[in-house]
Design a protein around this ligand. Structure first.
Ligand code: MG
Ligand code: MG
Length: 240
């Protein structure tokens, strides 16, 4: 899983580096697709329940599962979530980042803050991925960071266990109570993925059957790492 984690990190690094005003979301898909092939991995997403691409690209009010499009041109001041999963020798890794299009100053300050807080929420959550902690400690860490900053947490989509399948038990909600849920043991691997909304928590899925958007149209941000619980502490498999 460390090998697949390093691959998906490199794939997203290249896709994120290609984000700039004027690029289409399909061009990001092409960058990721080429990187996965060059790195001798397989996409975990393309074909998963019929998803057509290797990358989920979700712009602004899109929360997750956006489908790359030749028609969608990125503009300065937007934010875009890139989510990718790969398989190496049967083992999965799942990783997502939200990046700004153009310079950070072109992104409205509250949206910039949303991106920063979501990344911090993931860091807070990872710090809870320790032997003997409870799953709810991870959930609580995300919710606390989000709500203390005035943002809300998406309920309808959650993180997950990961291993020889993309989605395994347990579910990892981004809301909950500390000290609840299963106890974490060494060897567990979790895809922790906070999704934070600038406005209300409600989301719905567009008629394409995939793209989740905020129901109030306000921005949403998403970060994800695949994290192993070890006796030495959390090991972020999707970070070099
Ligand atoms: Mg993902
Ligand atoms: Mg995931």
């Amino acid at each position: 899983m460390r090998r697949s984690g390093l691959v998906v990190h490199e794939v997203l690094r290249r896709a994120a580096a290609a984000v700039r005003p004027g690029v289409t979301t399909w061009e990001l898909e092409e960058v990721a697709d080429a990187a996965i092939r060059e790195l001798h991995a397989t996409s975990a997403f393309r074909g998963y329940r019929g998803f057509p691409c290797v990358l989920c690209v979700s712009v602004n009010e899109q929360v997750i599962h956006g489908i790359p499009s030749r028609k969608r041109v990125l503009r300065a001041g937007e934010i875009v979530s890139l989510d990718c999963g790969v398989v190496v020798d049967g083992y999965y890794a799942d990783h997502a980042v939200t990046v700004m299009v153009g310079t950070p100053e072109q992104v409205p300050a509250p949206v910039r803050k949303l991106v920063e807080v979501t990344e911090q929420a993931l860091a807070d959550a990872i710090a809870q991925a320790r032997v003997g902690a409870h799953l709810g400690d991870i959930s609580r860490a995300v919710q606390d960071r989000a709500e203390q900053a005035g943002f809300s947490v998406v309920r309808e989509f959650v993180g997950h266990g990961i291993g020889t399948h993309l989605h395994e038990d347990p579910q990892v909600p981004n809301y909950g109570a500390a000290g609840t849920g299963p106890k974490l043991r060494a060897g567990m691997v979790l895809a922790i993925e906070p999704m934070l909304n600038q406005g209300a928590p409600g989301v719905h899925v567009l008629p394409d059957g995939w793209t989740a958007v905020t129901s109030d149209g306000a921005a949403s941000a998403h970060f994800e790492h695949t994290v192993a619980v070890t006796a030495e502490g959390p090991w972020v498999l999707t970070r070099p």
